[in-house]
Design a protein around this ligand. Structure first.
Ligand code: SF4
Length: 318
């Protein structure tokens, strides 16, 4: 494992048995890495396996096959002590800030819960740390005695972030952290995550179906389709020069703020629905929706190949 990689995902598979000998291949042979202090955006339509991938990386799901290494240690084969350290170092911020906070606990109790497991703090130190965290995420100490239902959606997501930060992690899986929020609040939360990353050197896996937000926060972007990565590249490359037909279609759907350019924007429309991951098409899983599909696309699965430095794509066109 390269030294600067904090997370390395190697041929990861997560399959679910869904009865009658059927298997749902939610994550199907996915490989990528995340460096210290880096943000990798993971995008794709809903149901493409992004969240399952994030949860399997965190060990919330057992892997069907493959490996996840964190700081060089295999997440799914850790002993008790390493597992406890990993639970501290790798956190998650959830999509729905309300559902992820226990309504019976005060904000102070929610933020302090993880600290009690991992640190041995006096009551005074604990209280000071909670107040400091509230301040860090743009709230104040009065919020510590309130309950989640007394806060707005944006404030609740700030609590979700403070809870993750409370255990001083190195890595956070941000699972659609802004999609349940008003547009006006979304940029605030993304900017807060960027600020915290700069201050603390955090690495993020930022999962989203919204490519415009992913662009703003990510150093590199991975595009997922039906459980597989179809393109992986530095953020600037993906947006300026997308190669995979699926990525091209997703990017063409992003509105452009300038009305003159927006009027002339050519949108590549995706035909049909995402096929079922229980019975995906043979060959390239995108072949039923791809305008460039050739005969071999329904027979041979394209491999993820490095076409330019750090720019990987899985498509028979290249
Ligand atoms: Fe389209 Fe074929 Fe490329 Fe798949 S492999 S994206 S079907 S051209």
């Amino acid at each position: 494992m390269a030294k600067e990689n904090l997370v390395e995902v190697v041929n990861l598979k997560k399959y679910f048995n869904v009865g009658k000998n059927k298997v749902l291949k939610a994550v199907d042979d996915v490989s990528f890495n995340i460096k210290r202090g880096e943000t990798l955006g993971l995008v794709g339509e809903s149901g493409c396996g992004k969240t399952t991938c994030g949860r399997t990386i965190l060990g919330l799901y057992d892997a069907t096959d493959g490996h996840v290494y964190f700081d060089g240690k295999d997440v799914h084969a850790m002993g008790k002590k390493d597992k406890l350290n990993f639970k501290k170092d790798a956190q998650m911020i959830f999509q729905d800030p309300y559902a992820s906070l226990d309504p019976r606990m005060t904000i102070g109790e929610i933020i302090g819960e993880g600290m009690d497991v991992h640190f041995n703090l006096s009551n005074k130190e604990r209280e000071e740390k909670i107040n400091e965290l509230l301040h860090t995420v743009g709230l104040n100490q009065e919020h510590a005695s309130r309950f989640p239902h007394e806060l707005s959606g944006g404030q609740r997501q700030r609590i979700g972030i403070a809870r993750a930060l409370a255990v001083e992690p190195k890595f956070i899986v941000c699972d659609e952290p802004i999609s349940a929020l008003d547009v006006s609040i979304q940029a605030q939360i993304v900017n807060l995550l960027i600020k915290l990353q700069n201050e603390m050197g955090l690495a993020y896996l930022f999962i989203s179906h919204d490519l415009s937000m992913v662009k703003h926060i990510s150093d590199r972007v991975g595009v997922m389709y039906l459980g597989s990565i179809v393109e992986l590249a530095p953020s600037a490359n993906i947006y300026k020069k997308p190669l995979h037909p699926y990525t091209k279609a997703l990017i063409s759907a992003i509105p452009i703020p300038d009305p003159k350019i927006e009027d002339t924007r050519k949108r590549i429309k995706l035909e049909g629905e995402v096929p079922s991951p229980i019975n995906p098409p043979a060959g390239c899983k995108f072949n039923k929706r791809c305008v460039y599909a050739m005969d071999k696309c329904s027979q041979i699965t394209p491999e993820l190949k490095e076409l330019e430095k750090d720019h990987f794509v899985a498509c028979h066109l290249y």
